[in-house]
Design a protein around this ligand. Sequence first.
Ligand code: CMP
Length: 139
Amino acid sequence: MIQQTLSIIKPDATRRNIIGEILTQIEQSGLSVKALKMLHLTQEQAEGFYAEHQGKDFFAPLVAFMTSAPIVVAVLEGENAITHYRTLMGATDPEKREKGTIRDRFALSYRENSVHGSDSENSAKREIAYFFTPNEIVK
Ligand code: CMP
């Protein structure tokens, strides 16, 4: 099934000038970029994006990190794009990261983990709509 998913290249990665390397790995894995933009999240935008984590102990530092530098958001498309991209990213837990995944190569810590990818079809829909209007996504 062809799906779309939302990718974020996070502040730790934009700060280190590795946007291109990450996009290269994404494209070489077979996913296609259908929309792309760079932005610097406000506190309100970051809190809204991570609303499901409100109340957790990592919420405030997560929002502080996500607003600390620009991010790159992208809509990725491909066969089973949601699980494809999550496999390519590698686990959130540094001890469970598979070799060669984006996070294995680039993540600095549990929080500063270089990339985000939607975890289900529902979150992909919500997250894509959070950053893109339909006419910003190419067919
Ligand atoms: P992401 O997949 O973008 O979604 C939530 C983010 O919160 C996650 O990546 C991590 O960056 C961060 N996060 C989740 N759990 C923890 C944790 N236990 N400690 C620190 N950061 C976390």
